[in-house]
Design a protein around this ligand. Structure first.
Ligand code: ATR
Length: 285
């Protein structure tokens, strides 16, 4: 058993409701390691300084969240392939030469939640992704890789040009395309992922009844202590398989924990623990 208390943190702004400290402490307890993991609210113009001070003072690893994932990417000396594909990082550490290294575990986290926890296959599936921001860029590489290019992925976004650009940038990896929303096909999808931030303003993105089949899985990358607006819309259309992004949050954290500690924690008990905590929490976390 490692008896040293290593320091970790998540940096973001806002950060008050982050569940990351609770998740990482649960992992550490499970694998019998001592860590201290805190949340740090970083001023919008203070990321570079906050990161260097953290590591210079002996910090071992950082998670980076909204709105800093792209800025942190630009500060890294070394980037993994998946971070480069995402153009953003959520996990940082220093190498032995004190150079900043960045990875992105978000896409892998979503993939694990879908395929391992929810038993959703991706190969040869019709997948609809709503949104074309940073969150989508982070998941496309792992999705296309996992399905070995056999999935059909349609990106729909309020601003079509952003969806078209993403489809163009990833089309060498598989069958991915974009359409303007008013040209959306009226056919069923196996998997519909909400990667828009519309829920933050209490809105749901467009969800056509024609897109829903009895087996369709609707997944919202956001999570909360009640059904998100997108999942409410799915419920109104009779969707049975509907899930929020809490599993993704825990899975991306497990991947980061493993990078730092070289131990893979079990995620199922921690997802249950976070679900219970969230259901008792009066606010979105
Ligand atoms: P993130 O990092 O969470 O992806 P982002 O890069 O700001 O955040 O992207 C937000 C996404 O949500 C975008 O695709 C945005 O659409 P636009 O590209 O048209 O701005 C989408 N979005 C935000 N609010 C929305 C709303 N009310 N309805 C539909 N889409 C919305």
């Amino acid at each position: 058993m490692n008896t040293q208390t290593d320091r970790y943190a998540v940096m973001g702004n806002p950060i008050e409701h982050s569940l990351s400290p609770m998740i990482h402490h649960a992992f550490a307890k499970q694998v019998q390691e001592l860590i201290h993991y805190e949340k740090i609210k970083v001023p919008l113009d203070g990321l570079a300084e906050a990161i260097s001070s953290f590591f210079a003072e002996g910090g071992k690893g950082l998670n980076i969240t909204v709105p800093f994932k792209q800025e942190a990417y630009n500060l890294c000396c070394h980037l993994t392939d998946r971070a480069q594909q995402a153009n953003a990082v959520n996990t940082l550490y220093w190498n032995e030469d004190q150079q900043l290294c960045g990875d992105n575990t978000d896409g892998t986290g979503l993939l694990r939640d879908l395929t391992q926890n929810l038993s959703q296959i991706l190969a040869e599936q019709r997948i609809l992704i709503l949104g074309a921001g940073g969150a989508v860029r982070g998941i496309l590489g792992p999705f296309l890789f996992n399905s070995q290019g056999s999935a059909e992925i349609l990106i729909l976004n309020r601003t079509y040009s952003k969806a078209a650009l993403l489809a163009e940038q990833f089309q060498h990896l598989g069958n991915i395309y974009a359409l303007p929303i008013d040209q959306a096909p009226k056919k069923a999808f196996d998997l519909i992922i909400n990667a828009t931030s519309s829920g933050l303003s209490g809105e749901a993105p467009l969800l056509l009844p024609e897109w829903i089949a009895p087996h369709t899985l609707c997944y919202d990358m956001v999570y909360g202590n009640q059904l998100t607006p997108f999942l409410q819309a799915a419920a109104q259309q009779g969707v049975q398989r509907k899930y929020d992004g809490l599993g993704m949050l825990v899975e991306q954290a497990a991947e980061a924990f493993c990078l730092w500690r070289n131990k893979q924690p079990k995620t199922a008990p921690v997802i249950r623990q976070m679900r219970q905590h969230n259901s008792q929490s009066p606010q979105l976390s």
